[in-house]
Design a protein around this ligand. Structure first.
Ligand code: CP
Length: 314
C-alpha cells in the first residue's frame, strides 16, 4: 500500500481521498505517487476481478484525459459508467451537484470531473462521500497532467534538482502551467517562463526568459497551447507572427542543448506554438507524456480508492 504523509493524514480524517490540486502534496507524497506510476509501467493488464464503478464526468472537451482515465480504470479492473454531458440531464438544467450526487446514488465508487468553473470541487467535497479526481477546472488546476509531466521528466533526468524547465506560451490561461510551476519548484527545478509578456503578471515576469534565450538554456522546454476558448479579447498576433515571435521554430530547436527535451500537454496547434515537424522529432516526449498519463492515472485511482476504503487494496 502506498504510504506517505498525505495518506496517513487522510486516513486519520476518515474522509474520501480526493485529488484536486497538488498544493498540499509534499515531495514525499509526489515521489510515492511517481514510484507507483513507474511500477504500473511494467505491469501486465489485470483481468476485471472486482466491482468498483468509476464515472468520468467531462463538461469540457477532452481527448487524452478522458480516454486515458478510462484506460487506467479498465487496466485496474474497474467498471466504467458512461456519461456524456451533451446527452445527459445537464441539458435540462441539472446542476453539477445533482449530477454527481445522482452518479454516487447509482453506485459510482469514484468520479473524475472536468469542468469549466475554477474550483468547482470546493462545494462538492463537502457534500459527496466518494473520491473526486480533478480532470481540470477552468484555468485552475490539472493535477494528473502535472503528475504525468513529472513522471516524464523523472524518467528522463532521474529527478528534478537543478533541472531548468521553461514553460512557454499562454501561461496566464493555462491550468497546466499553474499546476506545474509550483510543484516543479518545490521539487527543486529551476522554473522559468516565456511567451507574450501581456500574458504574464508581475510574479511571472521575475522568471521571464525571451524565447531565443530559453531554447539555449532549458533542459525541458514545455510548450503550451494557446487557449483561445478562455481569451476574452482577440489576440494581437496572428498564428504565423506568434510562431515566429514566441513559438518553437526549427531554427530555435537547433539551438537547444543536446539532451534537452520538448514537452507539450496537447492538443497542439501545429505550426503555431511549435513547428509541425518537431511534434515527433527525437527530442519530443509528447507521446511519451500521453503514455505516462495512463500509468499516473492508474496510480491516482488506486491511491484514492485504497485510501477511501481504509487502506484496503483494490
Ligand atoms: N492535456 C490534456 O488535458 O488534453 P485533453 O484536453 O485532450 O484531455
Amino acid at each position: 500500500m502506498l504510504q506517505s504523509e498525505l495518506t496517513a493524514r487522510r486516513l486519520k480524517e476518515k474522509i474520501p481521498f480526493h485529488v484536486l490540486t497538488l498544493d498540499e502534496w509534499s515531495k514525499n507524497d509526489i515521489n510515492h505517487l511517481l514510484e507507483r506510476a513507474q511500477f504500473f509501467t511494467g505491469q501486465p493488464r489485470q483481468q476485471p476481478n472486482n466491482r468498483y464503478y468509476a464515472a468520468n464526468l467531462f463538461f469540457e472537451p477532452s481527448t487524452r484525459t478522458k480516454i486515458s482515465f478510462e484506460a487506467a480504470e479498465k487496466n485496474l479492473g474497474l467498471d466504467v459508467l458512461h456519461f456524456e454531458a451533451d446527452t445527459s440531464s445537464v441539458k435540462k438544467g441539472e446542476t453539477l451537484y445533482d449530477t454527481v450526487k445522482t452518479i454516487e446514488s447509482i453506485g459510482a465508487d469514484i468520479v473524475v470531473i472536468r469542468h469549466g468553473q475554477e474550483r468547482y470541487f470546493d462545494e462538492l467535497t463537502r457534500k459527496v462521500d466518494i473520491p473526486i479526481i480533478n480532470g481540470g477546472d477552468g484555468c485552475g488546476h490539472h493535477p494528473t497532467q502535472s503528475l504525468l509531466d513529472l513522471l516524464t521528466i523523472k524518467q528522463e533526468f532521474g529527478g528534478f534538482e537543478g533541472i531548468q524547465v521553461v514553460i512557454a506560451g499562454d501561461i496566464f490561461h493555462s491550468r497546466v502551467a499553474r499546476s506545474n510551476l509550483d510543484v516543479l519548484e518545490r521539487l527543486g527545478a529551476d522554473v522559468r517562463v516565456s511567451g507574450p509578456e501581456g500574458w504574464m503578471d508581475e510574479t511571472l515576469m521575475k522568471r521571464y526568459l525571451p524565447m531565443d534565450e530559453a531554447v539555449k538554456s532549458a533542459d525541458v522546454l514545455m510548450m503550451l497551447r494557446i487557449q483561445h476558448e478562455r481569451h476574452t479579447v482577440q489576440m494581437v498576433a496572428g498564428p504565423e507572427e506568434y510562431h515566429q515571435r514566441f513559438g518553437l521554430t526549427k531554427t530555435r530547436e537547433k539551438k537547444m542543448k543536446p539532451n534537452s527535451i520538448i514537452m507539450h500537454p496537447a492538443p497542439i496547434n501545429r505550426g503555431v506554438e511549435m513547428d509541425s515537424d518537431l511534434v515527433e522529432c527525437d527530442r519530443s516526449r509528447i507521446f511519451k507524456q500521453m503514455k505516462n498519463g495512463v500509468f499516473v492515472r492508474m496510480a491516482v485511482l488506486d491511491l484514492c480508492l485504497q485510501q477511501s476504503n481504509g487502506g484496503i487494496s483494490i
